[in-house]
Design a protein around this ligand. Sequence first.
Ligand code: SF4
Length: 364
Amino acid sequence: MSETKHNWTKEEILAIYNKPMMELLYEAATIHRLHHDPNVVQVSTLLSIKTGGCSEDCGYCPQAARYHTDIEGNDLMSVQQVKAQALRAKSTGSSRVCMGAAWRNVKDGEEFDQVLEMVRTINKLDMEVCCTLGMITENQAQRLAEAGLYAYNHNLDSSEDYYKEVISTRGYQDRLDTIDNVRKTNVTVCSGGIIGMGEKLEDRAGMLVALSTLNPQPESTPINALVAVEGTPLEDEQPVEIWDMIRMVATTRIIMPETQVRLSAGRTQMSREGQAMCFFAGANSIFAGDKLLTTPNPDVNEDMKMFATLGLDPQKPFTKKVQPQSVEASNSQFEALGEKPKWTRPEHKIERNELAKASGKAQK
Ligand code: SF4
């Protein structure tokens, strides 16, 4: 088996992305088979544990408080609510629960303690637990690890250049610093991005350079197709072509052979045949559940029918790495430090973000 390469260049990645489709598919499927069981796909459930009211200005996100979208916000869910949802997810074949909170960054205090308890609770159900809570410090990463967290999601979204066209309330380096903090623990890294935000192919390749040159590479990489939500700055972007999605998945598979490549947002816009091509090209993880945080997702039964048609099996939990032990809060070695890290706020003007903020379209 070839060694993972960590010095991919944008030119090399573009050359792979632009190969004739049949060559690309063959190469990606070959590498996929060398590193993974091609008939096994991980099923994860994404749970929005705190929705809306976010202070950030991510141009794709209906949860940003400054835009005028129709989503209903909610405060942090209780541990019992989360446990009930996790049990439901387990009963329908999910091996991982990913909890998302619409926060800029984690703040020490009661709410974070509650999230830590959710992590312990789900880990004890023998499911992999992932969190996506915004930027975190090393101490917060250690506390999540100690609670039994399996993975932390923190997407790079796009290339460093294009990131500046989408988000002004934090910098790319903040993302990399958080990933670095997670890497100081035994928690695995989930990081990927979104296509269809108006970026160039060079930006897609740029994002893949940033991800593939991390050493180690992320254990999981979600590839999202933008779901353009009314009221967000990107509401007028056209749906991503299935061929772009397949090329992106195949390229990610080739340059990141060990990573679980995750089909994420945008699956409702994809036919079964399109998704099957993505699995062939190396995707081996999907999100289940009728919602992905706030945007629609295929029905679980439909997914299970697709699995039956394609002869796919859901991946068992802890296939890639052993289950972490959860340390109870009373035995914790890490106290809350109450740090106030200086995450950046570039606050440069992004015209379409400013327009969406000012327009108030949903207030009709
Ligand atoms: S993507 Fe996350 S950080 Fe950005 S606005 Fe949405 S909830 Fe906030």
